[in-house]
Write a new protein. Structure first.
Length: 552
């Protein structure tokens, strides 16, 4: 057995019990213990235990030889007696917590839970206290001024502490997947249908369950209260961000969601995906990234457009590293998702609840941002009248970056010029660039790709519409990106080169290829951490090629 696997089992007896039962039930070999996964992993036969933070582990099992890959959460479980003890202890802790100071942080809350648990239980003999005694104990708790402690073993104590912290501070039944660093999305329809989108294995079904409809409804109400938008039968839909930044959409009540209450959660990554990682994954190439670098460095307005789950926000966050580090940035969003690295960043969030007069929408946030003279304005997603304000901002010289739901430039323009956004078609050229992104299924693999970067020249009466140029195009047969704008880029030559005072506008392409070489050098050297990549870009801003840690 792998030494690390052995140590993990010694620390976590429930893991050893799980592995033993799995091997007996399936006639399988011992799972492989892996602390990290690779995209190159052999998917023909997968039998992996992945640690995600004691006492939780993930078991991935399946593949071409074994059927579809399944996802199992391995965590301490409570038997019937331990569940009774858990209920009794939790009831006492919640009652006593009312007289305690309000914790100021998650760490303080953990300390308070441990303190109250230690005051409630006694570790040692008597761990097999039966259900009837526990029931009588609960009644005595309310009648006696001096309470006795609930006896339990050290093993029971560890399990019960984990479940209390999991359910009060953590994410309840979905705690195993929330800890998984390879998680992208969670989607649950009803009590048992919990699916995830995994960075390595795409969509997989989990064994996680909420027990029954009541358990699921209680969990959804708890999550909705965390985002400050409580759900009920009268108000069954809620959308917002959890304290860790993860975005959740809840559809509560069987009247609205016929197959049971449901939710979709998009996991928040504290460290954004870097532009080098996106190049490594094939989402774009170095020349495309260098083009975005040139455009963001020189104040172009860009929309990241695509369908749901096409990677718009991920791409936006990665590209924000190209914005001048000294720029003053304002963001306006419904849910906090953008993560600019610039130190002068004002983050504005809508307020949808409360009296009508106290609500603040994206439209109001954008108007406030324009008065603050930012260098860049970022709109999390343009959906309505705020789009008109965004274009007014572009007209006054403020570069605007935003995500948008449209699968092509023509459809993006149709949406922008129609209700409820209503941007006059003659104003469309205030937007300089649209990057079109999509989730594609190619040769059995689910991929995210930048399909095109298109430049917007403007509206021409003679053609009866808006003229655009595709400077980059993804070729699905080769899975490569072609630079069609070489010596033919309206933005690079007529906007940026003119702004920088180039006599020969074609020299602007040398600047682009220099940046492409810098990005390729980072890639070849394995420099792909977001902050490592950002540091190199910032040093290039400050010192040019002399600030690079390598020669190009």
């Amino acid at each position: 057995m792998d030494p690390e696997f052995e140590k993990a089992i010694q620390r976590n007896p429930h893991l050893g019990e799980y592995v033993k039962k799995f091997m007996q039930d399936n006639g399988e070999d011992e799972p492989t213990f892996m602390v990290s996964l690779s995209k190159e992993i052999n998917k023909d036969k997968v039998n992996i235990i992945l640690p995600v933070g004691d006492p939780v582990f993930i078991h991935l099992y399946g593949g071409d030889e074994l059927g579809e890959i399944r996802y199992y959460g391995v965590e301490p479980s409570l038997n019937d007696l331990e569940t009774k003890k858990y209920d009794a202890v939790l009831s006492i802790i919640l009652e006593r917590s009312a007289t305690e100071p309000v914790p100021e942080s998650e760490s303080d809350l953990k300390d308070l839970i441990t303190k109250l648990l230690n005051e409630t239980v006694e570790i040692g003999a008597g761990g097999d206290l039966d259900t009837e005694v526990i029931g009588k104990f609960n009644i005595l708790q309310k009648l006696m001024p001096v309470q006795k402690k609930i006896p339990m073993t050290q093993k029971e104590y560890n399990k019960i502490l984990y479940h209390i912290e999991r359910n009060i501070i953590g994410s309840g039944p979905i705690e195993p997947v929330i800890r998984d660093p390879y998680l992208e999305d969670i989607n649950s329809i009803g009590v048992d249908n919990v699916f995830i989108v995994h960075k390595i294995f795409d969509t997989v079904k989990t064994d996680l369950t909420f027990g029954d409809e009541q358990g699921l409804d209680n969990w959804l109400r708890s999550m909705s209260e965390r985002i400050g938008r409580p759900v009920s039968d009268a108000r069954p839909i809620a959308d917002g961000a959890l304290p860790d930044g993860s975005r959740i959409n809840i559809i509560y009540s069987i009247d609205v969601s016929r197959r049971g209450s449901s939710f979709t959660m998009r996991k928040f990554s504290e460290v954004p995906v870097s532009i080098i990682q996106l190049i490594n994954w094939g989402a774009m190439n170095a020349e495309m990234a260098a083009y975005m670098w040139m455009c963001l460095e020189n104040g172009m307005s860009i929309f990241f457009s695509g369908e749901t789950a096409s990677g718009k926000t991920t791409m936006l966050n990665a590209c924000l590293a190209f914005v001048n580090p000294m720029a003053k940035v304002f963001s306006a969003e419904d849910t906090a998702e953008v993560q600019p690295p610039q130190p002068v960043w004002q983050q504005l969030i809508t307020r949808e609840d409360g009296p009508l007069e106290s609500r603040v929408d994206t439209f109001a946030l954008l108007k406030a941002a324009l008065r603050s003279r930012p260098n860049y304005i970022i709109v999390g997603e343009i959906r309505g009248a705020e789009g008109n304000v965004a274009f007014q901002g572009m007209q006054t010289g403020h570069p605007v970056l935003a995500t948008f739901h449209a699968s092509a430039v023509s459809k993006m323009i149709q949406r922008l010029t129609a209700d409820p956004i209503n941007v006059p078609v003659t104003f469309i050229d205030n937007l300089n660039i649209a990057m079109i992104l999509s989730a594609v299924y190619r040769k059995g693999k689910f991929l995210r790709r930048a399909l095109a970067i298109e430049e917007i020249e403007g509206y021409y009466e003679e053609i009866g519409g808006v003229a655009t140029r595709a400077v980059f195009q993804w070729e699905p047969d080769t899975d490569r990106h072609k630079f069609r704008g070489l010596n033919n880029s309206y933005i690079l030559e007529d906007k940026i080169a003119t702004k920088l005072g180039y006599e020969d506008k074609r020299l602007i392409y040398q600047d682009l290829f220099l940046r492409a070489r810098i990005l390729e050098e980072m890639r070849s050297r394995g420099i792909d951490d977001y902050y490592d990549v950002l540091e190199i870009i910032v040093n290039f801003y400050k010192h040019g090629i002399d600030g690079l840690p390598f020669s190009v």
